[in-house]
Each structure stands twice: as structure tokens, then as C-alpha cells.
Design a protein around this ligand. Structure first.
Ligand code: FES
Length: 314
């Protein structure tokens, strides 16, 4: 577990849609919480040993609370079920400091937000920030049905800047080609939602400047397995074999070398490590295409090596 863990108290639980609950967390003594920016997430360390990342959805200016929303996924890996079944008002929960892999660009000419399902959560925080700056924005929000659309009442107050799409009523998924095509080239686009939506978004945005296209993944479906290679840990002066089914992080920890980590699946960014030599085979869902091409840092919980030896700053 990362050393920077906050113990917070659940102050409020609210049903936001069918299967979606929001949880408001605060310091039991009423103290201010560490600062965050729109698009940030916290890792929740659950009592059953799982670590799950959730986007903060409240206004970053509210320094007394962190709010997250959790969609119960009965076919998922167990984190959302545990939270729905166990988190109550008054419960204590351990969370990481906020971290932002999905920040808003400063001074964008316009911002177009595209959300699917529980992917609405980082967008709420972004909308609150953009409203505070009186910056132009729109949101396309797709959900399976009206009853699955979380925060619908609040979002409805923004009038025609929010376009709801209900798959059942509209007999199909959101037309991503149309959403992207009607966005000016100098606008920044952000998408958070299920994997097929993100794939459609990235496909439709392929001709746009990469610096204006931003995505946030719920989970990493890429395998972290591959061929065997070696890592040389420069500061520790250690050479380690990384087996085909092993991650660099596992090899590093097994050798007794300390390294930060949290999600262990390439979505939180905690295990970011500087590359000294060699070429990484990136498998994470944190680094942008540009950052990957720079080959300066990597997520050692899931990414591997293209070269026989990879030298890391550990
Ligand atoms: S531990 Fe979360 S990205 Fe590696």
C-alpha cells in the first residue's frame, strides 16, 4: 500500500441512479482534505484487500469532502459489490491521496466532454471547474436508459449544453462520429466510459491533434504477460530476471527493493518509474501516446520491455 493513505469517514450515501450510489467522504474532525484538480481519482483500499480507483466528482474548491460514485457491477471483480454491501454512513475508509491522470487542459478554446455510464464522474468535477472559470463546455452523456443515468437532475440544470443519450429509447449507442465531427479543431475532447465507447472515440479522433484528445479508462484489459527479459535497477545495482508471467513490480518487490504501487493493473499511475536505458513495452492505461513515445517513464506493474535489458531508476 502507498504510504500516503488517508483514513476518512463516510458522511453521506445517496442513490444516484439504478445501481449507482454516491459516497461523500470527509475527515472525522472536519479538517481540510488534500487539494485535487478536476479529473483526479483516489484509490480506495477496501477491507477485503482490493484496491479500486474512483474519480472524484465534487467541486475541487470544496476542501472538506471527497465525493465518488460507484456503479454496482455484479459481473465485475468484486470492488463495487463490496462497497455497495459494506460502506455505510459512519464507516471509516482508507483512501490514497488524489492523483490526476486526466487533467483539464489550461485555457482550451472549448471543452467537449463525452461520458458513458459511470464515466460521468470525472466529468462532473470538470463541469464544476469549467463553470467556475466561465469556460465554454458541452457534455454528451450516454447511458443504457433514463433510470441508469446518474446525476440526471443536476445535469438537466445546464440546459442544452448537456445532451443525454439513452440507448434503449434511441435504439442504439451514441453516434460518436457525429459528436466528434461537430467539434471545432481547437477544442479539447475528453472521454470516459466503457471500452467500446473509448475505442469508438479514439477512432473518430485519430485525425485530431493528440494533445487535444483525452481518455480515461475504467480498467486495463491488456495482458501484462509476455516474453522473459532482465531489468537492471541502477540505484540498487541489481539485475533481475522478469519471467514471462511475472511483472517488473513483482520481481522488484521479490528482490526486497521498495517501490510505490497501488492498483497493480496500470490505471492509477502510482508505480511510475523512470527509464534509464532500453525501450518499454507500455501496457498501462495512464500514459498518453506522446508520453509512451518519449520512453522516459513507465508503469512497472504491467508494462514490459521491448529490449532484452531495461535499466530503471530504482
Ligand atoms: S500500480 Fe497503479 S499503475 Fe501501476
Amino acid at each position: 500500500m502507498s504510504p500516503a493513505v488517508l483514513l476518512l469517514t463516510i458522511e453521506r450515501v445517496k442513490e444516484e441512479a439504478l445501481g449507482v450510489r454516491s459516497y461523500t467522504l470527509g475527515d472525522a474532525s472536519g479538517g481540510e482534505l488534500p487539494f485535487f484538480t478536476a479529473g483526479a481519482h483516489i484509490d480506495c483500499h477496501l477491507d477485503n484487500g482490493l484496491v479500486r480507483s474512483y474519480s472524484l466528482c465534487n467541486n475541487p474548491d470544496d476542501r472538506l469532502q471527497y465525493a465518488i460514485a460507484v456503479a454496482r457491477d455484479d459481473k465485475g471483480r468484486g470492488g463495487s459489490i463490496f462497497i455497495h454491501d459494506n460502506w455505510r454512513v459512519g464507516s471509516q475508509v482508507a483512501v490514497s491521496l488524489p492523483r490526476n491522470n486526466f487533467p483539464l487542459a489550461a485555457n482550451a478554446a472549448a471543452t467537449v466532454l463525452v461520458a458513458g455510464g459511470i464515466g460521468i464522474t470525472p466529468m462532473l468535477s470538470m463541469i464544476r471547474t469549467l463553470e467556475g472559470k466561465k469556460a465554454p463546455w458541452t457534455l454528451a452523456y450516454a447511458s443504457r436508459s433514463r433510470t441508469h443515468a446518474a446525476f440526471r437532475d443536476e445535469l438537466s440544470t445546464y440546459g442544452d449544453r448537456v445532451r443525454f443519450h439513452y440507448d434503449d429509447e434511441m435504439r442504439g449507442v451514441l453516434d460518436m462520429a457525429e459528436v466528434v465531427a461537430r467539434t471545432d479543431q481547437d477544442a479539447h475532447l475528453y472521454c470516459c466510459g466503457p471500452a467500446p465507447m473509448l475505442a469508438a472515440f479514439e477512432l473518430q479522433c485519430r485525425e485530431r491533434a493528440p494533445s487535444t484528445v483525452h481518455v480515461e479508462y475504467f480498467a486495463n484489459e491488456q495482458s501484462s504477460a509476455g516474453r522473459q527479459f532482465q531489468v537492471y535497477l541502477r540505484r540498487s545495482d541489481l539485475t533481475l530476471d522478469v519471467g514471462a508471467e511475472q511483472t517488473i513490480l513483482q520481481a522488484v518487490l521479490a528482490a526486497g527493493v521498495d517501490a510505490p504501487f497501488s492498483c497493480m493493473e496500470g490505471t492509477c499511475g502510482e508505480c511510475v518509474t523512470r527509464i534509464v536505458a532500453g525501450v518499454a513495452d507500455h501496457r498501462d492505461r495512464v500514459l498518453t501516446r506522446r508520453k509512451r513515445a518519449e520512453n522516459k517513464v513507465m508503469m512497472i506493474c504491467c508494462s514490459r520491455s521491448m529490449t532484452d535489458v531495461l535499466t530503471l531508476d530504482l
